[in-house]
Design a protein around this ligand. Structure first.
Ligand code: ZN
Length: 224
């Protein structure tokens, strides 16, 4: 807590005054272009990774960057999406998974090579139910994914879960409508904590590529 209090003091003293004009503009309205949906994991800091500032992104965080399909659970995630699309008219929704995601690890069989791999989830009934939304991810694993290499399977399932949650996202009627009208694009990302690199899902190629390469492909596509 001490660290938070010191940070707050620094913010009020050094940071806020430098951005006073921006905060004055933001005080009465926001107009973010992006809804960023990611895991609650403390190691994923979107504003740091993307160097964004207050007002740039509408954020939605939940364990496993899960987006329950429409109608299954009227809750915080669904209403955040609805508000972002219908009221804020965001142009992009990004669903971002990350390396070493504990939510995905929890649905894998225990790793025999990892003595610290103690399963907590059976004692967490709400979490167990929530992690049920990861189940569809298994069908998006690339063909031939080995189930013997625990680490590789973990990473593959994290990426597959991004695809599964993107599909869930598209079941929300306001999202489907905005996408159909070309008013909205949805994107799937994977963030690697160790390297800081982001990969993006290329739905045409059904694979993840470096974000820079993805952007180049998009540019080439729009120039055609
Ligand atoms: Zn996570």
């Amino acid at each position: 807590m001490q660290r938070l209090l010191e940070g707050y003091a620094r913010f009020r003293r050094d940071v806020f005054p430098q951005h006073r004009d921006r905060f004055r503009l933001l005080a009465e309205r926001q107009q973010p272009d992006v809804l960023f949906i990611t895991c609650a994991d403390s190691r994923v800091v979107p504003d740091l990774i993307l160097q964004t500032e207050p007002g740039d992104m509408f954020l939605c965080r939940a364990v496993g960057n899960i987006v329950p399909p429409h109608g299954s659970m009227p809750g915080g995630i669904s209403s955040t999406i609805e508000y972002a699309v219908e009221v804020l008219h965001v142009r992009h929704i990004i669903v971002c998974g990350h390396s070493d995601c504990g939510a995905i690890k929890a649905v894998l069989p225990p790793d025999p090579a990892d003595p610290r791999d103690h399963r907590q989830v059976p004692r967490l009934p709400l979490t167990t139910k929530w992690l049920g939304y990861i189940e569809p991810a298994w069908k998006y694993l690339p063909p031939g994914t080995s189930h013997d290499d625990h680490r590789a399977l973990h990473t593959a399932l994290i990426r597959a879960n991004v695809i599964a949650q993107l599909e869930n996202l598209k079941t929300h009627p306001e999202v489907a409508r905005a996408v159909a009208h070309d008013a909205l694009q949805v994107h799937g990302w994977y963030y690697d904590i160790l390297t800081g690199a982001v990969d993006a899902y290329d739905s045409g190629q059904r694979s993840f590529v470096a974000l820079e390469e993805w952007a180049e492909r998009q540019g080439a596509g729009s120039r055609k």
